[in-house]
Design a protein around this ligand. Structure first.
Ligand SMILES: Cc1cc2nc3c(=O)[nH]c(=O)nc-3n(C[C@H](O)[C@H](O)[C@H](O)COP(=O)(O)OP(=O)(O)OC[C@H]3O[C@@H](n4cnc5c(N)ncnc54)[C@H](O)[C@@H]3O)c2cc1C
Length: 472
């Protein structure tokens, strides 16, 4: 661990800190050697085949899948439909009823972005992923926002769903090193997470306190009422059960949600890491680079993992809740927590990538990273830096992640080049996956470049198929 500590005071780390704190870049160095600034696009170490221009990645898709994807992306290209997709879906649900609504959604948006509902459907979807050289990462899209709290019984049911997800993920013989995603708000009320977040702005909770509560000790957490404390203890016990079930079997990637509860989610996740990540990273946290504070959150997490001697698993994303975050900040007359432009988010993402890849190149056992993005530039940046730093693409310390139904040309091209790719696969009923589907529709409006390219490649592939059929 001493060597990791020394890295934190290393010039390369300082370079990144100086960019963050001062907005200035000192020359990049690793192991005392000055590095060439990673040229982008196409650093010298970048494999030429990573151009993501090849529509042959879509040869594996059926005609029905091609047409469906094109239809869904077309739908997502109308801002008026996407901006109101939540309201439209609720309206359609109440007009058509559960069955009618499901009949429309299942073969279209749901089939595009969701793996299925029954164990059989999920198994088929997982096998298909594996046959394409991609690793399935199951996600139970149960989540709650403020005002939707359900109660202890429902959270216990959700715990069963999470444990089932651990079982499904680990039982797929075709997947090595399985991963799954988890939302803490499925096991602990959002109201409590908000309360904890406001308490954390005044005083820090010791991770050991949470670990002891996970182990069954009746801790009294300062600042909480008796009922809040009881609910917190129950929630920590539920999370402990997920941790115990998954350790040595499945890596659990905890999702980041809204800024008004993220500090609480991060605290709980770090406590889980402290308990379960002593030798390897089984529990991972998510860092949203669209937030102005994301780099400092990441650096704090690195410091904590070093000072308290546990392994850190990081899911690096741009962030999925931009519209709502901005709207809330505006309503509450607070400064906008989101970076001022997409370009700023990109800089933040690529800067965090650099921090993590530098650390991983020296301590691949202590730090792990999933580059969770559809952004080709970030993927190339990561691939290029991995080659420069000599990070083995098959060793597992760095992998890539994309969402089911999005940017398959990126996933398949990376897999063909031997990188480890996970495809996030939510599953569940149409009703349970609705908030997730609304976010995907909205995202496909903002994920401009990737989706435009994917649409062009899908069209190319469709034309190729039609020519082939026409020529017969
Ligand atoms: C495996 C996986 C797991 C994920 N888990 C989470 C999670 O736990 N929590 C979460 O929030 N998201 C999560 N996401 C979603 C992710 O945050 C992004 O929303 C999504 O991947 C799109 O970002 P991109 O890097 O792929 O795409 P890009 O097309 O490069 O960028 C789109 C993103 O840039 C940002 N952006 C767009 N316009 C602006 C602007 N004007 N100003 C500032 N920023 C802007 C937004 O974040 C937007 O989503 C996950 C994604 C993947 C692939």
């Amino acid at each position: 661990m001493e060597s990791v500590r020394s890295l934190l005071i290393h010039p390369s780390f300082h370079h990144l800190l100086s960019v963050r704190l001062l907005g200035t870049a000192a020359p990049r160095t690793v192991n005392g050697k000055r590095l060439a600034v990673c040229p982008f696009p196409g650093g010298s170490a970048l494999p030429a085949a990573l151009s993501f221009e090849d529509s042959s990645a879509f040869h594996v898709k059926s005609l029905q899948e091609l047409v469906r994807a094109l239809g869904v992306f077309k739908f997502c290209s109308f801002p008026i439909l996407v901006n109101n997709s939540g309201k439209l879906m609720s309206l359609a649900r109440s007009l058509l009823g559960k069955r009618g609504f499901s009949l429309i959604l299942r073969p279209t948006v749901y089939a595009q972005f969701v793996a299925g509902e029954t164990e059989g459907e999920i198994a088929v979807a997982m096998e298909k992923m594996s046959s394409l050289g991609l690793r399935p990462m199951l996600a139970v899209p149960i989540e709650e926002d403020l005002g939707e709290s359900t109660g202890e019984r429902r959270y216990n049911d959700n715990l069963e769903a999470m444990l089932e997800c651990v079982r499904l993920s680990s039982s797929n013989a075709l997947t090595t090193d399985p991963m799954m995603q988890l939302k803490i708000t499925a096991l602990l009320s959002p109201e409590l997470c908000v309360k904890l977040t406001s308490l954390l702005s005044e005083e820090q909770y010791d991770l050991d306190l949470l670990v002891r509560a996970m182990d069954g000790e009746l801790i009294n957490f300062p600042g909480l009422t008796e009922s809040e404390n009881t609910h917190f203890l129950c929630g920590l016990q539920r999370l402990n059960k997920v941790g115990e079930a998954s350790v040595m079997k499945v890596r659990v990637l905890v999702d980041a949600e809204y800024t008004y509860m993220n500090p609480a989610l991060a605290l709980i996740t770090m406590a889980m890491m402290k308990k379960f990540n002593q030798k390897e990273a089984w529990i991972w946290n998510t860092y949203q680079c669209y937030l102005k504070e994301s780099t400092s959150c990441l650096l704090d997490a690195i410091n904590q993992s070093v000072n308290q001697s546990f392994c850190l698993g990081v899911k690096l994303v741009r962030g999925a809740y931009m519209d709502k975050e901005r709207k809330l900040a505006n309503q509450e007359s607070r400064p906008d927590p989101i970076q001022q432009s997409w370009e700023h988010t990109n800089d933040s993402y690529n800067g965090s990538l650099d921090i993590l890849l530098d650390l991983i190149s020296q301590h691949p056992q202590r730090f792990r990273l999933i580059v969770a993005t559809h952004n080709e530039e970030s993927v190339r940046h990561a691939v290029s830096r991995m080659a420069e730093l000599g990070i083995d693409k098959q060793a597992g310390s760095v992998c890539f992640g994309q969402l089911l139904g999005m940017c398959d040309h990126v996933s398949l091209t990376l897999a063909q080049q031997g990188y480890l790719i996970y495809k996030s696969m939510p599953y569940g009923s149409v009703d349970d996956t609705l908030p997730y589907l609304v976010r995907r529709a909205q995202e496909n409006r903002t994920v401009l470049q990737g989706i435009r390219k994917e649409r062009d490649l899908l069209r190319q592939e469709l034309r190729r198929r039609l020519r082939l059929t026409g020529g017969r």
